[in-house]
Design a protein around this ligand. Structure first.
Ligand code: NDP
Ligand code: OAA
Length: 255
């Protein structure tokens, strides 16, 4: 699978390191684009790939493009990718809670045949959420704890900085709570979200609580943060690579 990457920050660097370290031959990282060309060049040098100054330059040489840039990039760049029939893996999932954006991407993908892939990211349990949502869901909530620095707030004590719906959370904290969007898309419900700035935590911690006809579950993910960007958990990049591996394998374990 020939891949391009848009946005060459923490997630892209972790993906590149993982693919090189584990020598994953089926994933060929070919093209890199970032608004800071130097960041793209660095990853291109590591992989013998190509850094491009315009994203369109990668379109003829890829089967799939990984978006690991921003919600803004999903809105501005991803429609062009999909309309050309190129598959896309989206990390900045929050953009898809904007109904206009989601509808447009789905419409374009139906017309062009491109697939849109959304990895589980920095939370676990989306397999269970999807299965559970075949029955009635009575409650679905996410409680996220991150350091104040990661959340861009100043506080010396634990503080709830957001309480509300997932669709609002991704607007107020666009680079911190894409996981809420994945949860909402998997369940079809605008999930309840609480974000806590906690000076005592060194991890990004996500608790998912779900109650429904199926029963009840709670998952807790205590994530190691990326060195390049502590807002972002290493697991998010691992989950993208796992999804790519699933797409290129003949056996599939889990739902
Ligand atoms: N689904 C999930 O579970 C998770 C999703 N994420 C999301 O994934 C995305 C990437 O995360 P991460 O790697 O940590 O972010 P980084 O900030 O480390 O890297 C993103 C890079 O993309 C660049 N970029 C942003 N927008 C554009 C654009 N429109 N065109 C070109 N380049 C652009 C940024 O430039 P600049 O620095 O100038 O902004 C930066 O170099 C973010 O949206 C993040 O919120 C993160 C963690 C988990
Ligand atoms: O990486 C994380 O822990 C979560 C995150 O930033 C996001 O969902 O945007």
């Amino acid at each position: 699978m020939r891949c391009g990457i848009i946005g060459c920050g923490a997630i892209a660097n972790t993906i590149v390191n993982l693919v090189l370290k584990q020598d994953i031959k089926k994933i060929k990282l070919k093209y890199f684009y970032d608004r800071n060309f130097r960041k793209a060049k660095k990853l291109a040098n590591l992989t013998n790939g190509t850094a491009v100054k315009k994203v369109e330059e990668m379109f003829n040489g890829v089967d799939l493009i990984i978006e690991s840039a921003s919600q803004e990039a999903v809105k501005e760049i991803v429609p062009n990718i999909i309309s050309r029939g190129i598959d896309v893996l989206i990390m900045s999932v929050g953009a898809l809670l904007d109904e206009k954006v989601r509808r447009r991407l789905i419409k374009e993908s139906r017309e062009s045949g491109a697939n849109i892939y959304i990895p589980s990211g920095a939370i676990i349990g989306l397999d269970g959420v999807k299965a559970a949502s075949l029955g009635k869901i009575k409650e679905i909530k996410l409680i996220t704890r991150k350091s104040p620095t990661s959340l861009g707030v100043k506080t010396k004590k634990k503080e709830v900085v957001f309480k509300g719906k997932s669709s609002e959370a991704v607007k107020k904290f666009p680079v911190n709570i894409n996981v809420a969007a994945a949860l909402s898309l998997a369940s079809g419900i605008d999930a309840d979200v609480k974000i806590i700035a906690d000076p005592e935590v060194e991890h990004n911690i996500h608790e998912v609580h779900v109650k429904g006809d199926f029963g009840e579950f709670k998952s807790i993910t205590k994530n190691t943060v990326c060195e390049l960007n502590p807002k972002t958990s290493v697991l998010a990049a691992y989950s993208a690579v796992t999804l790519l591996k699933i797409l290129s394998d003949n056996i599939r374990v889990g739902t």
